[in-house]
Design a protein around this ligand. Structure first.
Ligand SMILES: Nc1ncnc2c1ncn2[C@@H]1O[C@H](COP(=O)(O)OP(=O)(O)O)[C@@H](O)[C@H]1O
Ligand SMILES: O=C(O)[C@@H](O)C(=O)COP(=O)(O)O
Length: 421
């Protein structure tokens, strides 16, 4: 049948997030790391998620990579394209959501594209065009302190208009609640008024399913992972039984937890993990002083009991992150920690670790790329938006979970290991 849905995700945790939602709606989905290589057999996949690490790179590079991904998806017959970004609209001051969306809309000749990061199961809702995280506006949530993409505004129409070259409309919740025909009429009115984007209110799954039906004929959609929940049904696909996804593994695997996420949720999860398992903090000052941090971390990990997960983390609270960035620079601090965790991951896998739990989107991108992983198959969901996955191309398959910084409850890591068996 060929690929029906093509997804371009701007980070790796986001890619597993949307792949998990599509899989649970019954579509056969494969996730590829970067532009798919010949090594990754997409088989009979109905949806392909191309994971890029394009959220915080220069805009021109993000646009170029996204267009290459689009070309590949088009050659595989993709009938509809989703540009997946974060449910908290994570973007740098220069973009990259607007510039990438503009380039994709132009290349596809899309007359209108929705902008909808809502993910109600994880507390991300859009109301009158404003993005909420739980009960807080995005700008008041912990996202205001994100190390790379601090979000200080919540008005999605304004945010998108700043980043894009095209006019942006709002489809408010009264219209969305009225259902598919009203939403379709609102899109038509927006096109007539010269708008290229429509921010769509959504604060529950019913809104997203109605939206899914209303965008059946759209060439391009932009938004968070939950936007995809209504799409497989447009292709006549029905949700499959969760039990078909099967257990992750039948035996205990040597496990490492690696975290570069500095989010409030991850720091809470780490505080708990540190009480349960051997843990080591990666010192950013030692990294900048060119001390043998990676070698020492690997020696430390090798000395821990093999039946216990080891926890290695750079994660710090907002005050410490700010102080590090003051000394070393924002981008430089982020990249230094990502590189160290990626080298540690490589050493751990070479030393026999077969299961990795990674917290943080940029961190996941760095680690998965360093390991040379080219594709992932999607398994059981641990928490909304976070599935277990298995690597596709590596000679020795790894079990991997890539956790968005903001996702999962305080017991996320224990839960993940319980599910893995
Ligand atoms: N101690 C630290 N000081 C400064 N930056 C850090 C520190 N620890 C981690 N970082 C960086 O913070 C960023 C966190 O981003 P990311 O991995 O995407 O997490 P999240 O999923 O929470 O957004 C990464 O670039 C990471 O390297
Ligand atoms: O949409 C989401 O919130 C996630 O899928 C996502 O993109 C996570 O990004 P990070 O928080 O940077 O991991």
């Amino acid at each position: 049948m060929g690929v029906l849905l093509g997804i371009i995700a701007d980070d790796f945790t986001g890619a597993t997030d949307i792949a998990s939602i599509i899989a649970s709606e019954g579509m056969k989905v494969v996730m590829t790391i970067g532009i798919p290589s010949a090594e990754v057999d997409i088989g009979t996949a109905e949806a392909v998620v191309v994971a890029l690490k394009s959220r915080t790179i220069p805009s021109a590079d993000a646009v170029a990579q996204s267009l290459t991904a689009l070309e590949w998806l088009k050659t595989r017959g993709a009938q509809q394209i989703v540009f997946k970004y974060c449910s908290t609209f994570d973007s740098t001051a220069a973009g990259n959501i607007g510039p990438v969306a503009d380039a994709l809309a132009d290349a596809l000749g899309a007359s209108i594209a929705v902008v909808c990061p809502a993910f109600p199961k994880n507390g991300r809702t859009v109301f009158n065009g404003h993005l909420f995280v739980g009960r807080q506006l995005l700008q008041d949530s912990p996202m205001k302190d994100h190390p790379l993409t601090p979000m200080r505004k919540s008005d999605l129409v304004a945010l998108m208009a700043e980043q894009s070259a095209y006019p942006v409309a709002l489809v408010p919740h009264e219209v969305v609640s009225a259902g598919e025909p009203a939403i379709v009429a609102a899109f038509e009115a927006a096109i007539k008024a010269g708008h290229r984007y429509a921010v769509v209110d959504a604060f529950n799954d019913e809104h997203l399913r109605a939206l899914g039906r209303a965008v059946r004929d759209h060439r391009l959609l932009t938004g968070g992972s939950a936007l995809a929940m209504g799409l497989p049904a447009n292709f006549g696909i029905r949700p499959r039984d969760a039990s078909e996804q099967g257990p992750v593994s039948g035996r205990a695997l040597r496990t490492a937890i690696l975290s570069g996420s500095c989010s409030a949720a991850t720091r809470q999860q780490l505080a708990r993990a540190r009480l349960l398992w051997p843990s080591l903090r990666i010192d950013i000052d030692a990294l900048f002083a060119a001390k043998p941090v990676v070698e020492e971390a690997l020696a430390w990990a090798a000395a821990q009991p093999a039946d216990q997960p080891v926890v290695l983390y750079g994660s710090a609270d907002p005050a410490e992150v700010e102080s590090n960035q003051g000394r070393y620079g924002r981008q430089q601090s982020g990249e230094m920690m990502e590189k160290a965790l990626a080298e540690i991951a490589r050493g751990l896998v070479a030393g026999g670790v077969e299961r990795l739990l990674v917290a943080g989107g940029e961190t996941s991108g760095a680690i998965i790329s360093a390991l040379g992983i080219r594709g992932l198959s999607i398994g059981t969901e641990i928490a909304p938006g976070v599935p277990w996955t298995t690597t596709l191309s590596s000679s020795r398959p790894l079990q991997v979970a890539l956790k968005s910084g903001n996702f999962g409850g305080p017991d996320f890591f224990e839960r993940a290991l319980e599910i893995a068996g």
